[in-house]
Design a protein around this ligand. Structure first.
Ligand SMILES: Cc1ncc(COP(=O)(O)O)c(C=O)c1O
Length: 382
């Protein structure tokens, strides 16, 4: 008699599936609508980067690269990064990754054990929770209040016994940027409680009002810090799957061991193109940033016409986070109503329970779509 097959999915996969907040897709079947749901730049990758990749392939860069990354890219990263609060970096501080997603997942898999506790903002990008669940670690969540303030006493209390704090800076989905004063409080908590800190800077370079202070610039974080960056957003390179980790060598080494188990060395020609992005596409990136800023201002002025919603002006990334009247229903229901009314948005619950009556709107789209999409949404929310 045949033995029954064991369960197909591992406990880790079942844990991720049952607790994941991520949307696989937007609302199925709705494709002919204005989309304010997009999480990627609508620009083409800068031509100088494309040319560098074609040139690399034509020149024979078609073989495996070193696991940690090609020296051309590692050196370009070292040239573009200032060093942890003035401390110089070397190649030991860097790991080239398969996009930001793999950098984040490798860091979490490399650092955490089952049962470890992670501090996570609510709302925040949903991938962190999936990776934490994959390990079998647990989360304590903290939120900003209605004025955007963080309760550092509470975070400090929760930090006792936690191993890692994950920050998204600038934030997907709120667009909030961590201020220098907040950085000082985080640095104090991290140091006193012996926490590791993973700062996701996927939207680095996409800030509009007050400039960008990287976690790498914060004195006192260096020994505990690992920063994840990606070429996806700043250089409009989402399809290239290129990112990097930068931080304390032992943290980078742990992430590297995890990363090499599920990713081989990264595409060689893409790495050369990435080096070109860092060294030569600064002006292209700045042009895109200025367009995003204009669109943010436009979306803000459109949203101000909807009296029933609350939001804070985002300083970074390309999203608005709206709270609407709870009587309208859950964010899944309201996102479905919005789709029926002809505009696609992301439901807030995807980013944490604080998003039960919230939506995420993206302005990574043209001005006409912003105006029309917000007008349609206004009719649903009013
Ligand atoms: C905050 C944040 N981190 C990381 C990523 C993943 O970036 P990548 O496309 O490089 O994997 C995203 C993508 O949406 C994101 O929003």
């Amino acid at each position: 008699m045949n033995q029954p097959l064991p369960s197909i999915s591992s406990d880790a996969v079942l844990r991720v599936r049952s607790q994941s907040l991520r949307s696989k897709n937007l609302i199925p079947g709705v494709t002919d609508k204005v989309s304010l749901a997009i999480g990627e730049p609508d620009f083409d990758t800068p031509q100088v980067v494309i040319d560098a990749q074609i040139q690399a392939i034509s020149s024979g860069y078609t073989h495996y690269s070193p696991q940690e990354g090609r020296s051309e890219l590692v050196n370009a990263i070292l040239q573009s990064a200032v060093g942890v609060a003035g401390k110089a970096f070397s190649s030991e501080n860097i790991l080239v990754t398969h996009g930001g997603s793999a950098g984040l997942t490798a860091t979490i898999l490399g650092l955490l054990n089952p049962g470890d506790v992670v501090l996570l903002e609510d709302p925040t990008y949903s991938l962190y929770l999936d990776a934490i669940n994959l390990v079998g670690a647990s989360v304590k969540r903290f939120s900003r209040d209605a004025d955007g303030k963080l309760d550092f006493d509470m975070i400090d209390k929760d930090a006792k016994g936690a191993k890692l704090i994950v920050l998204c800076h600038p934030s997907n989905p709120t667009g909030a940027v961590i201020s220098p004063t907040e950085w000082a409080s985080f640095a104090d908590i991290v140091k006193r409680n012996g926490l590791f800190i993973l700062c996701d800077e996927a939207y680095e370079g996409l800030t509009y009002d007050n400039g960008f202070v990287s976690a790498l610039d914060i004195a006192g974080l260096g020994d505990n810090l690992i920063v994840c960056r990606t070429f996806s957003k700043k250089y409009a390179m989402t399809g290239w799957r290129l990112g990097y980790l930068i931080g304390e060598p032992r943290l980078v080494a742990s992430a590297s061991t995890a990363h090499r188990t599920f990713n081989g060395a990264i595409n060689s020609a893409n790495q050369l193109a990435g080096a070109t992005a860092l060294l030569k596409a600064g002006e292209d990136a700045e042009k895109m940033r200025r367009v995003f800023q204009k669109r943010r201002d436009l979306m803000e002025s459109c949203l101000r016409k909807i009296p029933t919603i609350q939001f804070r002006r985002p300083d970074g990334a390309f999203y608005f986070w709206l709270q609407y009247l709870s009587k309208l229903g859950t964010s899944l229901e309201v996102a479905a109503k919005a789709a029926e009314a002809g505009v696609m948005v992301r439901r807030g619950e995807e980013f944490g329970s604080s998003g039960k009556h919230a939506l995420r709107l993206s302005y990574a789209t043209d001005e006409r779509s912003i105006e029309e999409g917000v007008a349609r949404l206004g009719r649903v929310l009013s």
